[in-house]
Write a protein that binds this ligand. Structure first.
Ligand SMILES: Cc1cc2nc3c(=O)[nH]c(=O)nc-3n(C[C@H](O)[C@H](O)[C@H](O)COP(=O)(O)OP(=O)(O)OC[C@H]3O[C@@H](n4cnc5c(N)ncnc54)[C@H](O)[C@@H]3O)c2cc1C
Length: 458
């Protein structure tokens, strides 16, 4: 049993872990990065990247189906799922090679194997011990299920959904949050009959209420079925399908049930609590400097309560490395983290919802403006509808931006700068947005809120 010592020992090589490793190495710290599976974690292998590749295939299918509306003769002959998967795997493989090469090119010791905390700053892997002056926990998350709902056979999570080599005829999706609506969108475009079951009153319930409503309208129009405000009771499986029963007695049959009810922290059995780490319902509790209850032990990514997003993990990793190096970085404002729901249409948002802004500041102290994409040339060209909703503090900055429509995820970059730099609508209105882009709609919305609408009636 050998002993190894480093400035920073990191458990988990996903977004949070590898970002910490890369930034620590840049700052001249010695680093060990322990990973039991593949560098890149959920996002690269089972999350963000493979699902977005499927969404791109889905978009191509939709575009082909609708080609005649723009005067192009094309017919969709079908979806070749093994070929779709090959395209997706090619992207994942290239990015994985790139990431592995990047990490290998830095002074980072990658340790393959499952690690377990065996002391306040020590991790045991394959019989060796890795001790850090600082330890970073970044073990990620897993797909949750409901009590009594076993993941087996035709009851699957996103991990198995990504492995399917066929397009299912009919699917029920339990959960209308980001992952649920994403798969609904993919499968519908591939020709599947989809029904979403969501216990809360709306789809995408964490978004601004008007965005959730618009999403429901868009999904209704696409023929994606959904039931909201009703809870799942049970499922029966047969050789050919599933029958799902809701608490109100309604039953639905399908070929598969996708369980997309959120992700839980992957922390059990790794010796965290035994070594003094404060854990609540599986989540590692940290202060705003991402330090756990044990000094010198930090946590990053999905195991820290809050938004479970790849870019949050990256930012936290960078923050922790800089904190360890004594750079005293500014804390990460959770409210300033941009969120994108990838589907057709897309949703992109940052900052406060109208309900939250009204609760914090009072409805009389905020102004809200919705710019309809109907007035935007590029949106008309693409045949998309939706809106950009701005919330400002009266005589103050923009505090929330909420967008829905095809490709609006691409607008989130400017939106997050506006909110995080606390820009006033008048300031954004003086900046020029290129015509004809969808980005122009963001400029137009600010022009209108600044009291000088151009292509808008208000
Ligand atoms: C279907 C799906 C789609 C998603 N799409 C998006 C998206 O579009 N955009 C977005 O921002 N986010 C998306 N996410 C979320 C995103 O993937 C996560 O927020 C992100 O991966 C979290 O990073 P992490 O480092 O906390 O954990 P992970 O990426 O899960 O990495 C944790 C790593 O730790 C390793 N590990 C765990 N325990 C041990 C141990 N004891 N020893 C050694 N290694 C260990 C694991 O093997 C894993 O590689 C999606 C997630 C899913 C499931």
């Amino acid at each position: 049993m050998a002993e190894h010592n480093f400035d920073v020992v990191i458990l988990g090589g996903g977004c949070g872990g590898y970002a910490t490793a890369l930034r620590s190495a840049q700052l001249g710290l010695s680093v060990a990065l322990i990973e039991r599976d593949k560098l890149g974690g959920t996002c690269l292998h089972r999350g963000c990247i493979p699902t977005k590749a499927l969404l791109h295939s889905a978009e191509v299918a939709d575009v082909t189906r609708e080609a005649a509306t723009v005067g192009v003769n094309a017919t969709l002959q079908g979806i070749d799922m093994p070929a779709v998967n090959k395209y997706r795997d090619g992207i994942v493989d290239r990015l994985f090679k790139g990431l592995t090469g990047l990490v290998a090119s830095k002074p980072i010791t990658v340790v393959a194997g499952e690690g377990r905390m065996v002391g306040q700053k020590s991790i045991a892997v394959n019989g060796d011990t890795y001790t850090g002056k600082n330890l970073v926990l970044a073990t990620g998350s897993y797909s949750k299920t409901l009590p009594g709902l076993e993941i087996a056979g035709r009851v699957i999570t996103s991990e198995q959904a990504l492995q399917l080599d066929f397009v299912p005829n009919k699917v029920i999706i339990l959960g209308g949050g980001v992952i649920g609506v994403e798969f609904a969108s993919i499968w519908k475009s591939f020709g599947t009959d989809v029904t979403i079951i969501e216990g809360l009153p709306t789809l995408v319930p964490n978004e601004d209420a008007s965005v959730s409503k618009a999403m429901e309208r868009a999904y209704r129009k696409r023929g994606i079925n959904f039931k909201t405000g009703v809870r799942f009771q049970g499922v029966q499986q047969s050789a050919t399908g599933v029958i799902v029963t809701l608490e109100n007695g309604e039953q639905f049959d399908a070929e598969l049930l996708l369980v997309a009810v959120g992700r839980g922290p992957n922390t059990a059995g790794f010796g965290y609590e035994e070594n003094g780490i404060n854990v609540d319902r599986g989540y590692v509790i940290t202060n705003d400097r991402l330090q756990t209850s044990v000094p010198g032990v930090f946590a990053a990514g999905d195991i820290v309560p809050g938004l479970q997003l790849a870019h949050r993990g990256f930012q936290q990793g960078i923050f922790i490395a800089e904190e360890i190096a004594g750079l005293k970085p500014a804390t990460i404002d959770e409210l300033g983290i941009p969120k994108v729901t990838y589907s057709e249409p897309e949703i992109a948002s940052v900052g406060l919802t109208e309900a939250k802004a009204s609760e914090i500041h009072g409805q009389d102290n905020i102004s809200v403006y919705e710019y309809n994409l109907g007035g935007n040339g590029k949106s008309q060209i693409l045949g998309t509808s939706g809106f950009i909703k701005l919330i400002r503090k009266n005589n103050g900055p923009i505090i929330g931006i909420h967008m829905i429509g095809s490709r609006v995820g691409e607008q989130i970059g400017e939106a997050q700068l506006i909110v995080n730099w606390e820009a006033f609508p008048e300031e954004v209105a003086s900046l020029v947005h290129a015509d004809p882009t969808m980005n122009e709609a963001l400029g137009e919305a600010h022009l209108a809120l600044a009291g000088k609408p151009l292509h808008a009636h208000a």
